[in-house]
Design a protein around this ligand. Sequence first.
Ligand SMILES: [Zn+2]
Length: 313
Amino acid sequence: MLTRRRTLALGAGLALWPRGPLAARTRVTGVQRRTVGDLTVTALLDGHLDLDPAEVLSGVDAEAIPGLLERAFLAGDAVATAVNAYVVESGERTLLVDGGAGDAFGPSAGHLLDALAASGVEPEAVDTVFCTHLHPDHIGAFTTADGGARFANAELVVHESERAFWSDASNFADAGEMMRDFAAAAQAALAAYSGALRPIADGADIAPGVTARHLPGHTPGHSGLVLDPNGETLLLWADIVHIGPVQFPRPEATIAFDVDPAKAAATRRALFDEVATDRLMVAGSHVSFPSFGHLERRGDGYAFAPARWQYEL
Ligand SMILES: [Zn+2]
């Protein structure tokens, strides 16, 4: 029932609501938490990047893209692509999955530490940092301003092919400026954890009930995590999808940041088939919040069914 005091409080709240484009806006802090067996998984919103699908996508007819965006009720040149990281907690372990964009792409992303604080996890409590791959939108919070390890009590876990690829300067001798910048950022992240680096192979145990899944193509060591602690399963698929409104219906669409586009598309196709067939719950680094959901087949492609919003942490 609305008492007089409650009505007054609501009125005060409404006065603070932004009123149009000139009002100061506050960025939304995104935190969503679910349980998977005896694990707790928290999605943390680092922010978003505006990507122009026509500019960054290949492997699909350019003329098809506007129609796909329209079908998803999107207009304009840019699609806001979420940047997500995750925390997986068991009784005794605290695992951070990826580190957001830091300051690599401007103020729309790089807010992972705020989301981590809102979720109640202290950086010192993180004992394992799992890096899905070493692209700059996944490693931003790994280092402090002076190049040290932000997660000082953690080991950095990354696929051996990923470590090897970004560490080998000869891979970038003839590369463009973007790739050389990416490599420099990857090498800085690896250097910060040089005393606590754990290169892994496909299927490695990361924590109880958590194993690595190699999903190569986007980068050589690109890996997700399979959580199946007590018969429940969640697949964190990392960068299998960047622009959902195009890549769910057309999995053959590849992105400019793929190191091996053909392999990335083949990996996505096979994984989509598996996820839809097995009715697996997934979470994606660039899937819109809450970022958890399922895939259903639709025609020759797929559609994403988002999980319900969680109202309590
Ligand atoms: Zn990414």
